[in-house]
Design a protein around this ligand. Structure first.
Ligand code: SAJ
Length: 427
């Protein structure tokens, strides 16, 4: 059998590589010719796929990366791993999926197994794939087989990978599920069959909405503790000693990435279509979106304690990426923090060893400053937004510059000029 992956990004490329490693012939389709050329040169653009292993995969001769959708004619089973972003007005943008389905209509091989992996609202597989193919007279379970199986790729997670992360899968018919289960079981250690694509679609949204709502809740607890003069970080450390029924989340400057800020909006949007308004999702979204303002307001109060106004202060942001030890800037709250400091009239620069430049809201490119301790001493305030592991927290703590710590990264240096979100010293 020839397998196929459409969309060779942080989900599709690792999937294709795993399939080739298990001995399959794989066709990888992506619109971006640049990606195809880099794969052919054995040059990885995915953090978790070393170029050596990509070159090895190319060396097997079993992987064919291409921009040509006509290659679908060779494919017996295809996994769709294209993006599902939000549109300008925060509604689901399923245009990438629709584009792929249009190509499948043109080139599909009789009996093809189609598995959608992109995170999306419950009903997508049925509405955008099943109905579209049935409208052409194709019969599901005969002319084509259809499943939904959510991706659980966690970039830079060294413990869990494509092979050892359990994979949920739902089929449109029993035969679809049987085929999908049989295929995924060949290169995923544990497959979790469920009764329909909708259950599989919804399980993924539960996973990520659970995170968004709990992160928003702990962010609210942080602001409450700040007001009450209690240290939220100590409170969490105490609570997490409970060996059952509790799971720690941590306050932060807001939420970033391509999953957590977006996935819940897919769910709340679809629910509205059923006249169901999700209070939790909307409140979590606004609470998390408010965190950059809270960080900037706290910075302003701290500067006032040094008889300074944020308006003319020199501020250094440490960390711009959306989470530690990666360069990914998508939806990073640090970008919002940066803009808010600028709007407050402060001079703002940033240092991030991974995310070395970004484009601000006016489209201007902003570069990270060099790592220079003498220069770091000259700022009125240093704000730790992303707690990269390789920052020298001890040295920075002892520069004596007031620090606003949004991640409790300086927990080992309880010095009077180091302030944490979610805590305040009541005078
Ligand atoms: N965040 C907090 N407090 C927390 C946890 C996260 O403020 O307690 C922030 C992070 O700083 C980040 C954002 O939320 O800005 C998202 O963080 P994340 O840990 O959820 O990381 P992601 O976006 O890479 O989420 C992925 C997701 N994986 C998939 O969708 C397959 C998520 O389901 C995983 O649980 C998560 O990785 C993980 O556990 O690392």
């Amino acid at each position: 059998a020839v397998l196929g992956v459409v969309g060779l990004g942080y989900v599709g490329l690792p999937l294709a590589v795993e399939m080739v490693k298990q001995g399959f012939k794989v066709v990888g389709i992506d619109l971006d010719a640049g990606k195809i050329e880099r794969i052919q040169r054995g040059e990885s653009y995915i953090h978790d796929i070393p170029s050596e292993s990509l070159a090895e995969v190319m060396g097997t001769g079993r992987f064919k990366p291409t921009t040509d959708y006509a290659s679908l004619q060779e494919i017996d089973a295809v996994s769709i791993c294209v993006p599902t972003p939000l549109s300008e007005n925060q509604d689901p943008d399923t245009s990438y999926i629709v584009t792929v389905v249009e190509q499948i209509k043109r080139y599909m091989k009789k009996g093809i197994l189609i598995t959608l992996e992109s995170t999306t609202y419950p009903g997508t597989t049925e509405e955008l794939i099943q109905r579209e193919l049935e409208a052409l007279g194709h019969v599901v379970g005969e002319d084509f087989f259809l499943c939904f199986s959510p991706e659980r790729v966690d970039p830079s997670n060294v413990k869990f990978n494509t092979f050892n992360t359990p994979k949920v899968i739902g089929g449109t018919t029993e035969a679809c599920l049987a085929l999908g289960n049989a295929l995924y079981s060949k290169y995923v250690q544990t497959v979790v069959p469920v009764s329909s694509p909708k259950v599989a679609e919804m399980s993924k949204l539960l996973e990520n909405t659970f995170r968004s709502v709990n992160i928003a809740f702990i962010n609210e607890m942080a602001m409450m503790c700040d007001r009450m003069g209690i240290d939220i970080w100590e409170v969490i450390d105490a609570a997490k000693t409970k060996p059952f029924g509790f799971m720690p989340f941590y306050p932060g400057p807001g939420i970033g990435g391509h999953c957590i800020p977006l996935d819940p909006m897919y769910l709340s949007w679809k629910a509205k279509g059923f006249r169901f308004y999700s209070q939790f999702i909307e409140l979590a979204q606004s609470t998390n979106d408010n965190m950059p303002y809270y960080v900037v307001n706290k910075t302003s109060k701290i500067l006032n304690e040094y008889a300074k106004s944020i308006k003319k202060s020199n501020i250094l942001i440490l960390g711009m990426a959306y989470k530690p030890d990666i360069s990914d800037l998508r939806e990073s709250p640090a970008l919002e923090v940066y803009e808010l400091y600028k709007d407050s009239g402060a001079q703002v620069e940033y240092y991030d060893p991974y995310a070395t430049s970004f484009r601000d809201k006016h489209g201007r490119t902003v570069h990270s400053v060099e790592y220079n301790l003498e220069k770091f001493k000259s700022y009125d305030c240093i704000v730790l937004v992303t707690n990269h592991s390789n920052l020298d927290y001890g040295t920075i703590a002892h520069l004596g510059v007031p620090i606003v710590d949004t991640r409790n990264a300086f927990r080992d240096y309880p010095l009077p000029h180091i302030y944490k979100i979610g805590h305040s010293v009541q005078h």
